[in-house]
Design a protein around this ligand. Structure first.
Ligand SMILES: *Cc1c(COP(=O)(O)O)cnc(C)c1O
Length: 446
């Protein structure tokens, strides 16, 4: 059976009933068995948010091995933005897998890679001449953006920000701010990485331009002129921190004035997630280089660096690449993902989800002053939890509300430097009914 009805979201084509259902306790017996096997077979370093194992997913739900149907407020960490196994993506992947799975673009190139580069050059902010290069993961693309910026400027220093998250490889661990769990015990880290203060409206009084001045002072005093500044326009793991208005434009302007490469890490914020195709658009900034991944290909591993032709082409021939980078199946999925976003009006759908969630969460905050802040854009919304009436972080509350939601069949993630942020990243294919049900569960959890 295909559920082709309109749920206030997009038209779905999934056979999964779009309703939360608890068939067993969470986790059920089959998930518990699998978890025991995981413990004996998989390295302990790989944790899981939920204690259940998935068998199917679609629309706004994930079904587990015990027949529980969970509401998905995570999208596999902001990846399945167009809906997991979106119909166009499934068709494109099947067709490409039958044609060829791999030739290596550096050996025998194929059109899909070029077509994805053309789309990225068209869709990213700015009308200047652009080039793109494709990789597998967000971290790999961030590393390559830094390589490109160094090749272009002939400088080495790179600036990252407080609360930043850029990945788990050696250079991106250095760029990432938080020690536990991402860096602890894994050093030494790559040199020539410097950290500047962010704008964090809930926790500092500075307006955007003043916060930018504070950051620029640190950069000028500690480095002079770096090769690049790397920043998430809205921080992801760091707690969905939206900098005060004017912060990003002032920083971008300083980079332009000083010939420093401005790199926007839009790995989490890209591809319609924030109610714009890219979050840079909210303040009209035009990054020199833009890094995308997560939402780019509906779950197939793909990432990209897109930017000014003269910067991108500074890296010598053969200097960029990788065996799997721009895999043909991932490229087919990306083209189908972009088509889905445009055909289904998903940028607007993300804005609708923002309105619905902020309305519900604001009503909740009226009754509960442990919700210190509600923030984010589009379908990237968070609440920061504090001890009642203060700004003191309350990570235990975040953990217990998340645990209560998990037990009742709602997938919700936590984040933030202090671990006190509940973050909501629903797929844009979720129905309003499911969102309301999930918010009812959360309200009861509080
Ligand atoms: C997830 C993330 C990364 C790392 O991407 P991976 O694909 O996990 O390597 C980098 N930057 C940001 C902002 C992210 O959210």
């Amino acid at each position: 059976m295909v559920d082709g009805s309109d749920h206030g979201g997009m038209t779905l084509a999934t056979s999964l009933p779009q309703a939360r259902r608890l068939a067993t306790e969470i986790p059920g017996p089959l998930s518990r068995e699998l978890m025991a096997r995981k413990q004996n077979a998989v390295a302990r370093g790989v944790g899981t948010t939920m204690p259940v194992f998935a068998v199917r997913a679609g629309g706004g739900v994930v079904e587990d091995v015990d027949g529980n149907v969970l509401i998905d407020l995570g999208s596999g960490i902001a990846v399945t933005t167009v809906g997991v196994s979106a119909p166009r993506v499934v068709d494109a992947v099947r067709e490409q897998a039958e044609a060829f799975t791999h030739t290596c673009f550096m050996v025998t190139p194929y059109e899909g890679y070029v077509a994805v580069a053309e789309q990225l050059n068209r869709l990213t902010p700015g009308t200047h001449d652009k080039r793109s290069v494709l990789f597998n993961s967000g971290a790999e693309a961030v590393e390559n953006a830094v390589k490109i910026a160094r090749a272009y400027t002939g400088r080495q220093a790179v600036v990252a920000f407080d609360h930043a998250y850029h990945g788990r490889t050696n250079l991106t661990m250095a760029l990432t701010a938080k020690s536990m769990p991402y860096k602890h015990g894994f050093g030494p880290f790559a040199p020539e990485v410097y950290r500047a203060p962010l704008s964090y409206p809930f926790r500092d009084e500075l307006d955007g331009p003043a916060a930018a001045r504070r950051a620029i002072d640190v950069i000028e005093k500690q480095i002079g002129k770096p090769a690049a500044v790397v920043i998430e326009p809205i921080q992801g793991e760091g707690g969905f921190i939206v900098p005060a208005p004017g912060f990003l434009p002032a920083l971008a302007q300083w980079c332009r004035d000083n010939d420093v490469v401005f790199i926007a890490d839009e790995v989490q914020t890209g591809f319609a997630r924030t109610g714009a195709l890219f979050a840079s658009e909210h303040e009209g900034i035009v990054p020199d280089l833009l890094v995308s991944a997560k939402g780019i290909a509906d779950g197939l591993p793909l990432s990209a660096v897109t930017g000014r032709a003269e910067i991108m082409d500074a890296a010598h021939a053969g200097g960029l690449g990788g065996t799997y980078g721009g895999n043909p199946i991932a490229c087919a999925a990306a083209l189908a993902t972009i088509e889905t976003i445009e055909a289904e009006g998903l940028v607007e759908r993300a804005r609708e989800i923002e309105r619905l969630m902020k309305d519900r969460l604001s009503a909740l905050r009226e009754r509960d002053d442990r919700i210190g802040d509600i923030r984010g854009r589009g379908a990237m919304i968070a609440v920061e939890l504090v001890r009642a009436g203060t700004t003191e972080p309350d990570p235990e509350l975040a953990r217990s509300v998340a645990a209560a939601a998990h037990a009742r069949g709602v997938i919700v993630l936590t984040c933030g430097t202090y671990g006190n942020v509940l973050r909501f990243l629903p797929p844009l294919s979720i129905s309003d009914e499911l969102l309301h049900d999930a918010l009812d569960v959360l309200a009861e959890g509080f």
